[in-house]
Design a protein around this ligand. Sequence first.
Ligand SMILES: Nc1ncnc2c1ncn2[C@@H]1O[C@H](COP(=O)(O)OP(=O)(O)OP(=O)(O)O)[C@@H](O)[C@H]1O
Length: 243
Amino acid sequence: MIVVNDVRKQFGSLQALGGVSFTAADGHITALLGPNGAGKTTLLRLLVGLLKRDQGSISIGGIDPALNPMAVRKDIGFLTDQFGLYERLSTREYLAYFGELNGMSMAVVQRRIDEVADLLAMQDILERRAKGFSQGQRIKVALARTLLHKPRHLLLDEPSRGLDVMSTRALRSALTALRHEGCCVIMATHVMQEVTHLCDDVIVIAKGHTVAQGSPQELCRRTGIANLEDAFVSLVGEEGIAA
Ligand SMILES: Nc1ncnc2c1ncn2[C@@H]1O[C@H](COP(=O)(O)OP(=O)(O)OP(=O)(O)O)[C@@H](O)[C@H]1O
C-alpha cells in the first residue's frame, strides 16, 4: 500500500506539488491523471526516493523512501521516460544484468526473463541488441526490467506511449495479472480509455494539488457526468477556478 499525505515540492520559485494526499491499495491499479505539468512525474520520483520532498509524509509498504530509499527500491518497479538501455547488449543480457543487480541468481533470472517476455509478447527481441530498437520495443524492454524482480509496488509513467495495439493489450493483461497477485500499481497516463478499462481507482491532480480520488464510476457520479474524460475536464476546471 502507498500512502501519501500533504506532500509538497518546490523547484526554486516554482511549486510543483502544493499538497498531494491519497492512498493506493494493494491489488488495485490506480490511475494518476492530471494535465501537462500537474506534477505527476515529480510525485512518482518522490515516491521512489529519487527526489526529496519539502513537506508531508510518504509510506511505501510502511517504509519512508526519504529515510530508506534502498529498502523501498528493492520492492518497487519504476518505469520512467528515461529508459537507459545499453545499445550493445541484447535484451536478455540487459535483463540478466539488472536481475543480478537485484540479487537474483542466474537460474532464477533466466526463468523470469522468459516469463516476462511471454507476459509482454516480446520474445522476438529477446536475443537482439538494443541498437536500432523502435520506441515501442524500447519501452517493452524497460517494462520487462521493471517487472523482473516481481516488485510489490509498481510505478509507471505513461507506460503505453509508443505501444501498438497488440502490445497495449499485452501490457493490460500483464497489469491485470499483477493486480491479481496483489501488486499495488500506480500509473500516470493521459489515455482515458485505458483508465476506464483497467483502473480500479483514479487520483486527479492539477497544479500540484489533489483534486479528487475515487473509482472512475464515483468520479462520474460526483460530477454528474457520464463520460470519464468530461468528468476529468470538469474536475480539473474546478481546480483552475479555485487556484
Ligand atoms: N527538475 C526540475 N526543475 C525545475 N522544474 C521542474 C523540475 N521537474 C519538474 N519541474 C516542473 O514542475 C512541474 C511539474 O512537472 P511534472 O513533470 O511533474 O509534470 P507532469 O504532470 O508529469 O507533466 P506531463 O503530463 O507533461 O508529463 C512543471 O511545471 C515542471 O516544469
